[in-house]
Design a protein around this ligand. Structure first.
Ligand code: NAD
Length: 493
């Protein structure tokens, strides 16, 4: 299939933008070039923002019931095309088909939750707060919002935000990751088919230069960013300087704590999917296991390494593995693979024990693909670089703690606080863990504690630069301001 030349979607038109050139988009399993993505100039970003700003007054004035009618139609189209979207995600990102299917499902769920906006957006009223005075809290949309997306969920991550933005009366510009730009273009086609007015939803392709212009453009009211914490910090600083709202969801090192009373077989199975699903490139992927007590630690090391050896690595589009729930696909790029190899060498140099080495994995027929096999380090100590760093690949470090307090201390001492899970049947341990662990998303016997769409999504510490999260009501707080009306009527005389 020839590589597609991608275009921007602005004001309901597909346009070839002025650009700083283009990048090739590869299928990471085969390195087949599947598209070329333009690196839009600042002028093109401004054009998209202008289209969104132009569409805002009429969209804000459109009844919320009508806005949601369009979103319902869009949700139906997502459902109809779920399988094509699934394959598209797998082609550009390399995750397994079941993982891609789960991504489409969560995108759809967020759209459905946003369809509840007529209820979700209702304000408050206080009758008689003072003598003859009533107070009213109105939720109002603000204008144009922008989204800068990461590579690891080409479809789902923007859905934590934009359905809520549109339903509450704002207009939108998305800059997808330049590594996986195809899924968002398909979304724009479905937005068009659903009948949204021109300019309400726009897609601009590009690299950091396009993102930087979104951060600068004075007509943009707020930015949702998802990516590395390094860039979160830049986004937070620029948005503070340019007076925009922002929410920036960053990097992670998610821990799984194994207690002595855990159901060992279920736990190991659950840990495997958490650590190796999406090749360890989920922001909620676990990459650090803490065994509590010598016996549990030893048992977890032995069983986890044995189970890791059994993980099947393959091209996820190989029909032989299409429906297998756990398939390890490639990582996103040659650069990512090189970084992972460097980190494995770092672990060896730091003195951790390399119990399983995935560096030599080759998939027949995909010799050029960016594959890394399951890799496990044991005898890891807190503070080692392989423990501190988000490696973002199928590399797992196992640490030992003498007590649950020590395990919680290891997690709380880490710079990131996205997710953490405990495996136990004991209510006391579970309660202590959920109350004392400084992470935004907690799992009890759940290895990927990603909240469902109606609940907020986001971490703590250096995993979140913001005071509002994504999804559900939290998204509505970000996309609306509260206007407080104080009113009084004098008696007719
Ligand atoms: P990244 O930070 O490299 O890129 C993300 C986006 O930022 C891209 O669109 C990129 O073009 C843009 N960008 C890059 N440099 C920029 C700059 N200097 N200024 C403005 N924009 C810039 O992240 P990535 O590698 O695409 O994604 C992986 C990261 O995302 C991981 O750290 C992962 O943990 C994180 N992530 C976090 C969550 C979460 O909920 N916390 C969810 C998904 C991914």
């Amino acid at each position: 299939m020839p590589a597609r030349e991608l275009k921007n979607y602005v004001a309901d038109q597909w346009t070839t933008p002025d650009s700083h050139g283009s990048l090739e988009v590869e299928n990471p399993s085969t390195r087949e070039v599947i598209a070329r993505v333009p690196l839009s100039t600042a002028t093109e970003v401004d054009r998209a923002v202008e289209a969104a700003a132009g569409a805002f007054p009429a969209w804000r004035a459109t009844p919320v019931s009508r806005r949601c009618e369009l979103l319902f139609r869009f949700a139906e189209l997502l459902r109809t095309h779920a399988e094509d979207l699934t394959r598209l995600i797998t082609r550009e990102n390399g995750k397994s088909l079941p993982d891609a299917r789960a991504e489409v499902k969560r995108a759809l769920e967020n759209t459905e939750v946003a369809c509840g906006m007529p209820v979700l957006q209702q304000g408050d009223k206080l009758i008689g707060g003072a003598a003859d005075i009533d107070g009213e809290v109105l939720r109002v949309p603000l204008g144009v919002f922008g989204m800068i997306a990461p590579f690891n969920f080409p479809l789902m991550v923007p859905f934590w935000f934009f359905p809520y933005a549109l339903a509450s009366g704002n207009t939108y510009v998305v800059k997808p990751s330049e590594q996986v730009p195809l899924s968002m273009n398909r979304v724009a086609e479905l937005i068009h088919e659903a009948g949204f007015p021109p300019g309400v939803f726009n897609v601009v392709h590009g690299d950091r230069r396009a993102a930087e212009r979104l951060l600068e453009n004075p007509s943009v009211q707020g930015i949702s960013f998802v990516g590395t914490s390094r860039v979160c910090r830049i986004v937070a600083t620029r948005c503070a300087e340019t007076g925009k709202r922002f929410q920036a969801l960053g990097s992670a090192k998610n821990h799984l704590v194994a207690m002595p009373d855990a159901k060992m077989d279920d736990m190991i199975r659950n840990m495997i999917t958490s650590c190796y699903g999406c090749a360890g490139q989920r922001c909620m992927a676990s990459s650090a296991i803490v065994g509590v007590g010598e016996t549990t630690y030893r048992e977890v090391c032995r069983r986890f390494v044995a189970a890791s050896r059994e993980v099947r690595a393959a091209d996820p589009l190989d029909p032989a593995v299409a429906d297998e729930p756990m398939v390890l696909g490639p990582v996103i790029s040659a650069k990512a693979k090189q970084f992972i190899h460097e980190m494995i060498q770092t672990g060896i140099d730091e003195g951790a024990t390399l119990a399983l080495d995935g560096r030599t994995l080759v998939i027949p027929g995909c010799e050029d693909g960016h594959f890394v096999g399951p890799t496990v380090f044991t005898d890891v100590r807190p503070g080692m670089k392989i423990h501190r760093t988000e490696i973002f690949g199928p590399v797992v470090v196992i640490l030992k703690a003498e007590t649950l307090d020590e395990a919680i201390g290891i997690i709380n001492g880490h710079q990131y606080g996205n997710g953490a899970s405990i495996y136990t049947q004991n209510g006391y341990f579970a309660r202590k863990f959920k109350l004392e662990t400084d992470c935004g998303m907690i799992g009890i016997n759940v290895g990927i504690p990603a909240p469902v769409a109606p609940l907020p999504f986001g971490g703590m510490k250096e995993s979140l630069f913001a005071d509002t999260k994504g999804q559900g009501r939290a998204a509505i707080d970000f996309f609306t301001d509260r206007k407080i009306v104080t009113e009084r009527y004098w008696a007719e005389t």
